[in-house]
Write a protein that binds this ligand. Structure first.
Ligand SMILES: *Cc1c(COP(=O)(O)O)cnc(C)c1O
Length: 431
């Protein structure tokens, strides 16, 4: 038997140990580390529909679904075939392909006001590029963002970030020079800020989904539109989560408020590295080669990723989303019931099939509310009880749940049964 790492047993513990030697913290994205919930991560061997299987053969109902990048369930045969067909014709060319045109058409046709878009490889890049376009178009520097919204990890927008930044309790990040955020204003979510004439853009998640799920208060998005128009600032919707997640289209049509620029990611890449920023034709006209704003990418519009994204968008229609939303609404009700039967107070915010969970007595409307709810530690205990019962949630209190097309009533019932039992266990432990 060989010495060294390869002789370690094929267990979650052994893989995590091995990972920690060569990958900082053992993970390629911090929230995966289980720091917020205790214990150590499972190492995924494979996924199938609503389920993931770890290297020890444990099978879990997966409510993470790659943080929303997977809509049709893992290893969906249509997506898998599209990916392997595309790969068989070459994986990257550095020249235009049909797939990027077709995916851009598919997205723009479903998002009124989004005349054009450019494909990139991550949501971070999409936001970074949209902000540069907004600054280039307006000739202004200031970016307004909201406390608890996450827009990827570019320097300018990491301040007051949700998701992993919130999970680890960071005010922003070390390594970001003061100069990089000198023109970033962080303001409270669900309050319309007063804008100066130096504002290039207001950047917002139309449904905040990186501090748990926080719905926009009535009038909030409309108010942002008016505030931007009043001073000539651009409104940017970061729809990396909401796009093609709430329904077959964007949050902008769902709420009837049209921004000037959009960022998309997650669902539109079918689980491969792909994202996009798009918007008004005149605004995007500032981009090179036609205009002076530079933006580029070796793997941008990658043919394997566009094939996966197209396969997803072509496999679903409005009815599929409506049915999923109905299933998830019943699930949300069930979750609420399971908790209250055990004597626990929870909030289960819902937008289409996007669903959150806060251990809180009243609705969560802002980042301070979300922090209060996360601070009681109940999420971590609930997470641990759920994974014991064969259900994986995101390993941090600031993430949404992502039931998708592969989560039928049967799979959601498994989650509800586990939740009822987990909630009783939590209540018993507290009492
Ligand atoms: C995930 C996310 C991003 C960042 O996307 P990456 O692909 O992880 O870089 C940006 N904005 C929002 C709203 C997100 O949820």
């Amino acid at each position: 038997m060989a010495e060294g790492p390869l002789s370690l047993p094929d267990t979650n513990a052994a893989w995590f140990e091995r990972a920690r030697r060569v990958i900082p913290g053992g993970v390629d994205s911090p929230v995966r580390s289980f720091r917020a919930v205790g214990g150590r991560p499972y190492t995924v061997a494979r996924g199938q529909g609503a389920y993931v299987v770890d290297v020890e053969g444990h099978r879990y109902v997966d409510m993470v679904q790659s943080y929303g990048a997977v809509l049709l369930g893992h290893a969906n045969p249509v997506v898998t075939r599209a990916v392997s067909d595309a790969a068989a014709s070459g994986t990257s060319f550095g020249a235009p392909t049909r797939g990027e045109v077709m995916l851009a058409e598919a997205i723009c046709s479903k998002v009124p006001g989004c005349d054009q878009l450019r494909l990139v490889s991550s949501g971070t890049e999409a936001v970074m590029s949209a902000v540069r376009v907004a600054r280039g178009f307006t000739g202004r520097d200031v970016v307004v963002k909201f406390d608890g919204c996450y827009h990827g990890h570019a320097d300018t927008v990491l301040a007051g970030g949700g998701s992993g930044v919130a999970t680890l309790g960071l005010p922003g990040s070390a390594g970001v020079p003061r100069s990089a955020v000198a023109d970033t204003l962080v303001v409270p979510y669900n309050e319309v800020p007063v804008l100066g004439r130096d504002v290039a853009c207001v950047l917002v998640e139309p449904v905040a989904a990186n501090m748990g799920v926080v719905l926009p208060a009535p009038g909030f998005l409309e108010g942002l539109r008016r505030a931007c128009d009043a001073v000539g600032a651009l409104l940017v919707f970061d729809e990396v989560i909401t796009g093609f997640r709430l329904h077959y289209g964007s949050a902008s049509t769902w709420y009837g408020v049209q921004p000037d620029l959009w960022c998309f990611g997650k669902v539109i890449g079918g689980g491969l590295p792909l994202a996009a920023f798009g918007g008004r034709r005149d605004v995007l006209g500032v981009l090179a080669p036609d205009g002076p704003v530079y933006q580029a990418g070796t793997l941008a519009g990658n043919p394997v990723a566009t094939a996966a994204g197209l396969a997803v968008l072509e496999s679903v229609g409005p009815d599929d989303y409506e049915e999923l939303s109905r299933r998830v609404a019943a699930f949300a009700h069930g979750l609420q019931d399971a908790a209250s039967s055990a004597g626990l107070d929870v909030q289960v915010p819902l937008a289409g099939p996007l669903v959150g969970l806060f251990f809180a007595t009243s609705p969560v409307r802002s980042y301070p509310d979300a922090r209060d709810a996360a601070g009681n530690g109940l999420y971590a205990s609930f997470f641990t009880e759920m994974i014991r019962r064969g259900v994986v949630l995101a390993p941090g209190p600031y993430e949404a749940m992502f039931p998708g097309m592969a989560h039928g009533d049967a799979e959601l019932d498994v989650v509800l049964e586990a939740a009822a039992s987990a909630a009783r266990s939590l209540a018993a432990g507290r009492g």
